[in-house]
Write a protein that binds this ligand. Structure first.
Ligand SMILES: [Zn+2]
Length: 292
């Protein structure tokens, strides 16, 4: 695995402590409240610092710490390609499950219909699970980052160290940030058992479309292709439509983590902006606002 990716995941998790919305400092909380509302439907301005919000934020804190823990323990089998899943099985035969092409897993010795890096060219990565992962947590899950997941040549920390004006001038968006391998890793690790099996939801119906979850076969008959709540456009739409599910959607949490890591900018619209622009215009004394 790329060192830069692993290193960034550690840093993304760590950022929580410095930008903690549970902080007693109102200023620190305000700086991130728009992102929390837009991505995760947690409204610190309207609902204040009430017990329901406190509970949600504590849960979020726990979830955000998981990728770092998993990377640190490094006992999660991780692959940079999935050549071990082949078109044909041990008897040189192809196989179908419910009419769908299946791939033979030469490590786990089982068939599965989940797409492979080759069969889905824009697949950045995925988590997969053996049957009944709860019976055997830890050893029953596996992470694959596909070749297309290594999209950006430089690293997330390089972007982080860039000047505020430069990133705004380049019109960097969170969707660009999602192409860094660190974010792909972070997203996939949120699907782990340790993070509580976060989902990929259909942005329109709110149903789970997490293909890696072998327990969920409920959407197989769906005729229309499900659009996942991925990225800077779909994540806020999903938070508005399904506020109770937002924190259980892997990309909502991953985008929030990225926005906190790249804390020099405000990202709640998806595009890099100077934080709290409106407050600055009103003559705020917040030092972070005054970068021009
Ligand atoms: Zn996912």
């Amino acid at each position: 695995m790329s060192d830069a990716g692993v290193d960034s995941v550690k840093w993304i998790s760590r950022t929580w402590n410095r930008k903690n919305p549970l902080s007693s400092s109102r200023k620190k909380r305000r700086r991130i409240s728009q992102t929390l509302l837009s991505f995760l439907a947690i409204d610190l301005d309207k609902d204040g610092f009430n017990s329901a919000n406190k509970k949600k934020l504590k849960k979020l804190q726990k979830i955000l710490a998981v990728p770092k823990q998993l990377i640190k323990k490094s006992d999660l089998p991780t692959f940079c390609n999935d050549d071990f899943r082949t078109d044909k099985g041990p008897n040189n035969q192809e196989h179908k499950i419910n009419g769908e092409k299946a791939y033979w897993d030469t490590i786990w010795k089982l068939w599965s219909v989940a797409p492979t890096c080759k069969s889905m060219s824009d697949l950045d990565g995925y988590m997969s699970f053996k049957e009944n992962p709860d019976e055997n947590p830890g050893t029953a899950e596996r992470l694959v980052i596909c070749p297309s997941g290594f999209g950006k040549p430089d690293t997330l920390s390089q972007l982080r160290s860039k000047g505020v004006q430069e990133v705004i001038r380049q019109k960097v968006e969170l969707d660009d940030v999602s192409e860094y391998v660190a974010l792909t890793l972070f997203h996939e690790l949120l699907h782990s058992q340790a993070a509580g099996y976060l989902e990929d939801y259909n942005v329109h119906t709110g149903e789970s479309i997490f293909v890696g979850n072998s327990n969920d076969k409920s959407n197989e008959d769906e005729e229309e292709e499900a659009i996942p709540a991925y990225g800077q456009v779909a994540v806020p739409i999903f938070a508005e439509s399904f506020p109770d599910k937002a924190m259980n959607n892997a990309d909502s949490v991953a985008l929030y983590a990225a926005a906190m890591y790249l804390h020099k900018w405000s990202w709640w619209t998806g595009e890099a902006q100077i934080p709290d622009k409106e407050s600055c215009d009103e003559g705020s004394d917040d030092a972070d606002c005054c970068i021009q």
